[in-house]
Write a protein that binds this ligand. Structure first.
Ligand code: NI
Length: 136
C-alpha cells in the first residue's frame, strides 16, 4: 500500500538575531548582514508540517488534522509565536536561530509526539522567496 502525505500549514511571527559569539562584530556583520542587527528584527514564518504514512483503514486518515493542528499549536506556536527566539526560548540560547535550525528544532519537538510509523518533514518559509526543508 502506498503512503500518503498530509500537510498542515501554520504561521507564526518571531524576532531573532543571527550572531556567532566566537566571531568579532565585524565578522558577524559581514556574514549575517541585516540579520545580525543588535536590536533584533522580525520574520513572518510560514510553516508546513508534512506527515507521511499509511492511511488507517478505519478512519481513512494518515493523522487526524485536529490532532496534528492541536499538537503544532501547543508545542510549536505557543512556544515561538510573538517571541524573541534568542531571548525567550531555551532552544536558541546557544543555537543560532536560522531558518535551518528553527526547522530542525520544530522537527525534534514534533517527531516524538507522532506514532512510530509516521514520517515527518518540516518546511519553513522565512520569506516568500526563502524556505528550508528538514530533514532532507
Ligand atoms: Ni532574519
Amino acid at each position: 500500500m502506498n503512503k500518503t502525505a498530509i500537510i498542515r500549514c501554520e504561521h507564526f511571527n518571531s524576532a531573532h538575531r543571527l550572531h556567532n559569539i566566537n566571531w568579532s562584530d565585524e565578522k558577524n556583520q559581514s556574514i549575517f548582514g541585516k540579520c545580525n542587527s543588535p536590536n533584533y528584527h522580525g520574520h513572518n514564518y510560514d510553516l508546513e508540517v508534512k506527515v507521511i504514512g499509511i492511511c488507517d483503514p478505519n478512519t481513512g486518515y494518515v493523522i487526524d488534522t485536529k490532532i496534528l493542528s492541536g499538537l503544532i499549536k501547543e508545542k510549536v506556536l505557543n512556544k515561538f509565536d510573538h517571541k524573541n527566539l534568542n531571548l525567550d526560548t531555551s532552544e536558541f540560547k546557544t543555537l543560532n536561530p536560522t531558518a535551518e535550525n528553527i526547522a530542525m528544532v520544530i522537527y525534534n519537538i514534533l517527531k516524538p509526539e507522532l506514532d512510530e510509523g509516521l514520517e515527518l518533514k518540516i518546511k519553513l518559509y522565512e520569506t516568500r522567496r526563502n524556505c528550508v526543508e528538514y530533514p532532507y
